[in-house]
Design a protein around this ligand. Structure first.
Ligand SMILES: Cc1cc2nc3c(=O)[nH]c(=O)nc-3n(C[C@H](O)[C@H](O)[C@H](O)COP(=O)(O)OP(=O)(O)OC[C@H]3O[C@@H](n4cnc5c(N)ncnc54)[C@H](O)[C@@H]3O)c2cc1C
Length: 437
């Protein structure tokens, strides 16, 4: 098997019958654009955290490949289901995860009861601390699911104004557990905090805040892990299957492994039965299409800075399409994304070098992020209910009668925007029941 490292997937090569015949990719060092023939393709390009600016995802998780495929005709499903993790370590470059295991081993979330309390947290007596998760959810306390903990932290910070030092942060405290136990059970994750923040969480309560963490939506696939384009399969966080509106901790790696086990043999089986393509002109056509995009970008000398457009997109999506959603705000976010897409047409490519040009790769990803953001914002606006990570104060209940459905977006090239349809979810084997705490 030959591995092509530092090559970026740009698009699928589709024949005249819209059957996948290979991929088109770009060498991130030489900037060469090349097509690769393939009878079957398995997409495993991860989540789309970069759409939200900062997230716990790796910075390579832009969702660009999924968006390119969506723009080529793949369904993108449940785009609105974005998981926010309650306990992230804020960082200048990206967010880092403080694993649930910290709460699992007894970590307690709290804020000082007094507004703008500047005291060292260790000097604040128990009676002056508010352990709000334990108070609001006595049955599960600090172990409530991600979406519940996240919304509670938001409430304390934004409604009660009790964030540490007036900032969006709360304490996650392990200092009541002895060092030996912490080292034995949590050394790895505590080292991350120590390394990036500089404080030792064995002595000082950690400062944490919720952040974008997981993409439950993704490329629509069937039970064979096949997308709706013949020859394109998907596995892992890039596809939508299995997690519904609220992925549970540890289920992701399980779904990655399971999806891979299913996609692999099915892709082989598919390839064995595939008829040869008539001619191979579509390879040249796709390569030329992608080369033309690069040539156009290389000449881009407008006034807009693509990195600022990305920052604006991240702030917009985090504010309107994560923890709390209002229809009006989701619709406004969508309108602003359209505006960002117009501004994208006037970008300036600051780097025109032909070697390892990271700007051109980023700008391509940015365009795809903008297109995919519209699927997320519009999907969030449409789903008039609250379900898992998708929470609307105006529709606080789960509505199985109307919304036990998968959202499926297709790209309408003539309109340059998503079109939506909905697929019922088969829950006949295990009847859904409300989640009550
Ligand atoms: C901090 C953190 C902690 C987590 N902890 C857990 C846990 O404890 N348990 C659990 O089950 N899950 C956990 N998850 C979730 C889980 O790790 C991910 O869902 C999973 O790793 C996704 O695997 P993947 O192979 O689908 O994608 P990734 O591991 O994200 O891999 C995607 C790959 O595709 C490449 N790629 C992306 N775009 C392109 C392109 N256009 N062309 C070419 N290559 C591309 C990327 O470079 C990357 O190598 C965690 C996630 C994070 C961020």
């Amino acid at each position: 098997m030959k591995k092509y490292e530092h090559w970026e997937f740009l698009s699928a090569v589709l024949d005249g019958s819209r059957i996948a015949r290979g991929i088109c990719a770009m060498d991130l060092r030489t900037m060469e654009i090349r097509t690769f023939p393939a009878d079957a393709i398995i997409v495993a390009t991860g989540g789309n955290g970069a759409i939200f600016g900062k997230s716990t995802n790796s910075v390579v998780c832009t969702g660009s490949a999924q968006s390119a495929l969506y723009q080529q005709g793949c369904y993108y499903a449940n785009g609105e289901f974005i998981q926010v993790h309650p306990t992230c370590i804020p960082g200048e470059d990206k967010l880092r995860l403080m694993s649930e295991s910290a709460r699992g081993e007894g970590g307690r979330v709290w804020v000082p009861k007094t507004l703008n309390d500047k005291r060292d947290p260790k000097s604040i007596p128990e009676s002056e601390r508010w352990y709000f998760l334990e108070e609001w959810y006595p049955k599960y306390g600090n172990l409530v699911p991600r979406d519940v903990a996240t919304r509670a932290i938001f409430k304390v910070v934004y409604e009660y104004n009790l964030g540490i030092d007036g900032k969006p942060m709360v304490y996650l405290d392990l200092t009541h557990i002895d060092r030996k136990t912490l080292d034995r059970k949590l050394e790895g994750i505590l080292e991350i905090y120590e390394k990036f923040v500089g404080d030792d969480p064995r002595d000082t309560p950690m400062k944490i805040f919720p952040g974008m963490h997981y993409t439950m939506g993704g490329l629509w696939i069937d039970y064979k892990q096949s997308t709706n384009i013949p020859g394109i399969f998907a596995a892992g966080e890039a596809e939508y299957q299995y997690h519904g509106a609220n992925r549970l901790g540890a289920n992701s790696l399980m779904s990655c492994i399971y999806g891979g086990f299913i996609a692999g043999p099915n892709a082989v089986q598919y390839a064995k039965n595939l008829q040869a393509a008539p001619g191979n002109g579509h390879f040249d056509a796709e390569r030329k299409r992608q080369q033309d995009i690069n040539a156009g970008l290389m000449k881009a000398d407008g006034s807009e800075n693509p990195f600022l457009i990305w920052r604006e997109l991240g702030a917009l999506m985090t504010e309107n399409c994560t923890v709390i959603r209002y229809n009006k705000k989701c619709q406004e976010a969508d309108a602003r994304i359209v505006d960002l897409l117009h501004r994208f047409q006037k970008i300036n490519l600051s780097d025109r070098s032909q070697w390892a040009n990271t700007t051109i790769a980023f700008v391509r990803q940015l365009y795809n992020m903008l297109q995919l953001s519209r699927v997320i914002a519009q999907g969030a606006a449409m789903r008039d209910e609250s379900r898992g990570s998708h929470y609307k104060p105006d529709f606080p209940e789960r509505d199985d009668k109307n919304w036990m459905k998968t959202t499926k977006a297709t790209f309408a090239p003539d309109l340059d925007e998503p079109k939506f349809e909905f697929e019922p979810v088969d829950a006949s084997l295990i009847p859904p029941r409300p989640r009550k705490y």
